[in-house]
Design a protein around this ligand. Structure first.
Ligand code: BGC
Length: 750
């Protein structure tokens, strides 16, 4: 009888936690949920608490230990990499019905850019510069994932990435802190919803922190980031994630200034949890707690557990240092029970917020209804259309319906590879390729020849047919790029040129004399200067996802007008890396009008005109394309930059505005960008920084005034100790179409 009452009371308690906390934001509800979680914690044994702090992958774990028994014994709080409502429900039922305190499992999965309906890779999503479509795309991903029993995605990945050799640049939003922060907000809100519902998944801001600065672009590598750079470049997107309500964070694999990110009390406990007051929980990356032994930072698994818990990593993914060692560490006085309780409180709170106490099970009929729907596919197509960046066009695009098209190239019919990296649940059978899209469009004449079978292919035996096909056509559409396997985790490259014999395929088609339109699908910005110089048009699509084909076909024929803008700098050659727009001036900066390289100007002239300045003799200092760059099928003119005042102070605002006119023949969307520069400060500031952007759509001849408000917070920066400084002095301001062009003025902050 006593036992039954305890069980009833616990279920009632669990239910009331859910009712008090799920999706509610009122303070009274929050504190009441906190009280209930505390009550539940007071009933837990240490072993049950450590169970909540463990996340296992059944595929790996079940081979050594009885998974179901461990769940029934309350020794596991979370699973990853299990999907399917029925499968998840079966294990959830064990947690709810057989574990002593009936605490639900939370199930995580890498839903990075879509679940079944695959959206463009995150780098492509960032290239949309469109928060509405990004949020909507993540809502779709969340709805599909939740219907398959997933409660929690390990996304967004918001590591600033300035090195395209790093394979995980594909998963990032690129090189810019401001753009990444804006995208972070949209992605977190998309995954979680403005309010948590049973369509939401918890977001996980990762990888905290600095992972994108891996030395040499080699994954998992050392990062050395000064506190000044950490505060100003790498941390702000994570702060945005906290402000957007991200329920969880993931600690990174890399070492940061000599300390593993997963054992870093400074970044996790001091900055994230204390300074920013983050109330959710931190999960380690895959075995990154145990990896502190491999790093040579900890001698034993017990030391690693101590370092992880001390740093504030609340849940251990995949390895089991905590559950094996924490009890003894507490007994020996090396850890405090209050640290364990704090971690468990955070984890239970997130479970409650997701409504898992109240609704632990997934409705098994939802997946079919919610997955790969026409609406979801339409969102994926729209995202793919908005993410493609037109880099060059001599007027050949948009194609005319009466042109005979030769469709060639290894990416023209790559159902799997067009989806990009981190696609666990997407299915190539659902993908629509460019070949499928063009061949099924009525009234268009298309002939296809692969030329090369895949991007690394060096076999030129298909070239003759490709040439013949091109010779019989009016225009050649050549789909080049990289297979999905060439980017992503642990898939880094030393060279950024097109792999295999793709350049040769391009040259052979060019030699036919037919115009060549190149479409590139890739997980990173490739070094494509040799294509750009000779192609008639270049459309850079990143990996566009399930709906790549229809999206690209619409763009090629002008049914959709290109509006993507680069979320990072394109280098001429990888030897220039790192090359990013918001660099700090050196004491000997390269002059504004410096030549691209020795190849374009005689040596003596370079030496004479540049003197001692910061540039490469062979590649100059300019990128192939700057950050923010992208063309349309129309043109835009920027005129009359006006400032509402020449001065600003802490209490005032400045409005800067500009007239933009569509000077071409077709409707188009322009991304109007605002950049600022603090000319002199107590720390050297970047030569310019993005501080705002607006997308506007104009009909031919139409003009619009675009205004940005600037206040003191837009002018400041963080000192190494985290103080936000806004210093008096002169500031430059630009409104323009990318980081290298624009109208410029200046004002003073007093
Ligand atoms: C990756 C994470 C990912 C985790 C779980 C790790 O190898 O670094 O980004 O979320 O695996 O799959």
């Amino acid at each position: 009888m006593l036992l039954i009452n305890i069980v009833r009371n616990t279920i009632a308690l669990a239910l009331s936690i859910a009712l008090m906390s799920c999706g509610r934001t009122k303070n009274s509800s929050i504190s009441s949920a906190d009280d209930k979680v505390s009550e539940l914690i007071s009933q837990m044994t240490l072993e049950e608490k450590l169970g909540q702090m463990l996340q296992v992958d059944p595929g790996v774990y079940s081979s050594t230990i009885d998974l179901e028994k461990a769940i029934a014994d309350g020794k596991i709080g979370s699973l990853l990499n299990i999907i399917g409502a029925q499968k998840v429900n079966r294990l959830q039922k064990i947690a709810i019905e057989q574990s002593r305190l009936h605490i639900p499992l939370i199930v995580g999965r890498d839903v990075i850019h879509g679940f079944r309906t695959i959206m463009p890779i995150p780098l492509g999503m960032a290239a949309t510069w469109d928060t509405t479509i990004v949020k909507r795309a993540m809502e779709v991903a969340a709805t599909e994932a939740r219907a398959a029993g997933v409660h929690w995605t390990f996304a967004p990945m918001i590591d600033i990435s300035r090195d395209a050799r790093w394979g995980r640049i594909a998963e990032s939003c690129g090189e810019d802190t401001y753009l990444t922060s804006v995208m972070t907000n949209a992605m977190v809100k998309g995954f979680q919803g403005d309010e948590i519902t049973n369509h939401s998944v918890a977001a996980c801001a990762k990888h905290y922190v600095g992972y994108g600065a891996a030395e040499g672009g080699r994954d998992y590598n050392t990062t050395n980031i000064s506190e000044y750079y950490l505060r100003n470049i790498y941390l702000p997107p994570f702060k945005t994630a906290v402000d957007a309500g991200a329920l969880t964070f993931m600690s990174a694999f890399n070492s940061l200034n000599g300390v593993p990110a997963s054992g870093n009390a400074h970044t996790i406990r001091d900055i994230l949890k204390t300074e920013w007051q983050f109330d959710g929980f931190v999960v380690s990356d895959w075995a990154s707690v145990k990896d502190m032994v491999t790093h040579g930072y900890c001698e034993t698994d017990a030391d690693a557990a101590q370092a992880g818990i001390n740093a504030g990593v609340d849940m251990e993914m995949s390895s089991d240092c905590y559950i094996q060692n924490a009890a003894k560490l507490i007994k020996d006085g090396k850890l405090k029970m209050s640290q364990i309780d704090d971690a468990v409180r955070r984890i239970l709170k997130v479970k409650a917020t997701l409504g898992l106490f109240e609704h632990p099970y997934t409705n098994e009929s939802l997946a079919e209804k919610n997955t790969l729907t026409l609406q979801n596919l339409a969102v994926a197509q729209q995202a793919a259309e908005k993410s493609a960046v037109l880099l060059k066009n001599d007027g050949i695009l948009p194609l005319k319906n009466n042109m005979k098209v030769a469709l060639i190239g290894p990416l023209a019919n790559a159902a799997h590879d067009q989806m990009g990296t981190w696609v666990f649940d997407g299915n190539k059978a659902d993908s629509r390729t460019l070949k499928m899209a063009l061949e099924s469009t009525p009234g268009i004449s298309v002939k296809y020849a692969a030329g090369l079978q895949y991007s690394r292919d060096e076999d030129e035996s298909g070239f003759a047919e490709a040439r013949r096909t091109a010779a019989n056509a009016d225009v050649c559409v050549l789909a080049l790029g990289e297979e999905s396997i060439l980017s992503g985790e642990a898939h880094c490259l030393a060279k950024l040129v097109l792999q295999g014999h793709q350049q040769q395929l391009f040259e052979t088609l060019k030699a036919t004399g037919k115009p060549v339109v190149v479409v590139i699908m890739a997980g990173r910005p490739l070094a494509i200067s040799k294509i750009v110089s000779k192609a008639n048009a270049v459309l850079y699509a990143f990996h566009p996802g399930t709906m790549a084909g229809p999206a690209l076909a619409n763009l090629l024929y002008g049914i959709a007008i290109p509006e993507g803008r680069l979320p990072l700098t394109f280098v001429v050659d990888e030897g220039q890396i790192p090359l990013y727009y918001n660099y700090e001036n050196t004491c000997r900066p390269a002059p504004e009008n410096n030549p691209t390289s020795l190849k374009t100007i005689p040596v003596e002239a370079v030496q004479y005109s540049l003197g001692n300045s910061s540039f490469y003799l062979d590649y100059g200092s300019k990128p192939l394309f700057p950050f923010g760059y992208g063309l349309s099928y129309t043109t835009f003119e920027y005129r009359t930059l006006q400032l509402s005042s020449e001065k600003i102070n802490t209490n005032s605002r400045l409005t800067v505005k500009c007239n933009i006119t569509n000077t071409g023949q077709t409707r188009g969307t322009e991304t109007v960008q605002l950049y600022l520069r603090d000319r002199v400060a107590s720390f050297i500031r970047p030569i310019k920084e993005l501080r705002g952007f607006q997308k506007i759509t104009l009909n031919p001849g139409e003009q619009k005034e675009v205004a940005f408000n600037i206040s003191a917070k837009d002018l400041g920066f963080y000192s190494p100790n985290g103080a936000f400084l806004v210093e008096p002095g002169a500031f430059d301001v630009w409104i323009g179409p990318n980081a290298e062009e624009g109208l410029k003025s200046s004002f003073a902050f007093e």
